[in-house]
Ligand binder design. Structure first.
Ligand code: HSE
Length: 411
């Protein structure tokens, strides 16, 4: 008996899934216990997919999938909140197991869909929603089952990492690097969420649930992307021995949870500083394991499809054993979020050099901001601070109109 699945969407990831199923069927059967067959694929325009029309039953009508009792697993790869949410809810209510790569959806409606899956005794898995091909969610829910995580620092958006690498190393302009990331299939259909940090924020919301058991919303923390990052800061950081990366952080600070997405400076010899282009990395600190780094392709067709297939295979073996319906992660705990006084980091500050060094130094000293280094470069002033609280930083931003950029300096 083959397990019949349906794909919702046949874009970058969908075509990767198709290829893996076609090429690796023998191993899939050995590992899952059954042959896996794509029975139908939902597409918007079948004319665009003529190359696969012979091997696949294409449909534009979701009801054909929903009402087909042979289809046991629905794989949602359309992206976006709607109608993905409705399709997934309908599929679960019809007793079908679901795999999705949709981080926007799982970060926004995750709790609701997880509860629905439990009620319907179906699997809902979404390993591909975070860090593309890196099997991080399954690792957190299984390998870290007994460990207490204190911090996750991640490069979890391939597009922005690609842009920053190309700007920093090849001297490409922001626009040219973004265009390449789009052509290579790393960016979202609309790359706004990539460059503004929202895509990484969705992923850190999902990671926080798996790592800390705590449900947070996208509006509960600061999100800053790379769209306002200036070439000056990238070059200046390099001169000072740092690399700028867009980092998602979720950290337990004295029992409270600190979450943020923002460009940060990393020392050029740090492991994460060497993670380039579309590669993602997650540095996890935990009580038992200590520090571990997981790295691999975070975007792109075959890498993301491989994660999707690991979920399809897990659901297939659950189906074979008749044990569908267990949550992807059981960990649940309420943690308060940190306030601005709780969080301390050293900062790189960049000022428009309209004010004298004397005035700036006086203000920094008034706010008790300890300075490690202060430099006037061309028309700007750059300050490296020792550890300061976010509250001090906010006070500085209010009192100094020339502060143009502030980035955390990580170890
Ligand atoms: N646009 C996303 C990225 C795709 O660049 O990381 C993978 O989630």
């Amino acid at each position: 008996m083959a397990i019949k699945i349906a794909l919702l969407g046949l874009g970058t990831v969908g075509s990767g899934v198709l290829k893996i199923i076609k090429n690796n069927q023998k191993k899939i059967k050995q590992t899952s216990g059954e042959e896996i067959v794509i029975k139908k694929a939902l597409v918007r325009n079948p004319n665009k997919h003529k190359n696969v029309a012979k091997e696949l039953d294409l449909t534009t009508d979701f009801m054909e999938i929903l009402q087909d009792p042979e289809i046991k697993i629905v794989v949602e790869l359309m992206g976006g909140l709607h109608p993905a949410k409705e399709y997934i809810s309908d599929a679960l209510n019809a007793g079908k197991n679901v795999v999705t790569a949709n981080k926007d959806l799982m970060a926004t409606y995750g709790s609701e869909l997880i509860a629905l899956a439990a009620k319907d005794r179906c699997d809902l898995m979404y390993d591909a929603s975070v860090a593309g091909g890196i099997p991080i969610l399954r690792t957190l829910s299984t390998s870290y089952a007994s460990d207490m995580i204190s911090e996750i620092q991640g490069i979890i958006n391939g597009t922005t990492n690609y842009i920053l690498s190309q700007m920093g190393e090849k001297g490409l302009s922001y626009d040219a690097a973004l265009k390449q990331a789009q052509e290579l299939g790393f960016a979202e259909a609309d790359p706004t969420n990539d460059v503004t940090g929202k895509d990484a924020a969705y992923k850190i919301v999902i990671l926080s649930k798996f790592a800390f058991g705590t449900k947070i919303g996208i509006n509960d923390f600061t999100i800053e992307g790379i769209n306002n990052l200036q070439d000056f800061d990238i070059k200046q950081a390099q001169k000072m021995g740092y690399v700028i990366k867009l980092i998602g952080i979720a950290k337990n600070i004295a029992g409270k949870l600190f979450v943020e997405v923002a460009p940060c400076l990393l020392p050029e010899n740090a492991i994460m500083a060497h993670i380039k282009n579309e590669i993602n990395a997650l540095q996890i600190k935990s009580q038992s394991l200590g520090t571990a780094v997981f790295t691999g392709p975070g975007a792109g067709s075959s890498a993301t499809a491989s994660s999707v297939m690991s979920d399809v295979i897990a659901e297939t073996s659950n189906y074979v054993k008749q044990i569908n319906g267990k949550p992807f992660s059981n960990f649940s705990r309420i943690m308060k979020l940190t306030s601005s006084e709780d969080v301390k980091y050293p900062y790189y500050l960049s000022f428009d050099a309209e004010e004298t060094l004397f005035t700036l130094s006086k203000l920094l000293s008034k706010l008790e901001i300890p300075v490690r280094e202060i430099k006037r470069i061309n028309q700007k002033t750059v300050v490296m601070t020792e550890e300061i609280s976010r509250q001090q930083l906010q006070d500085l931003a209010i009192q100094d109109q020339y502060l143009r950029a502030s980035y955390k300096v990580l170890k």
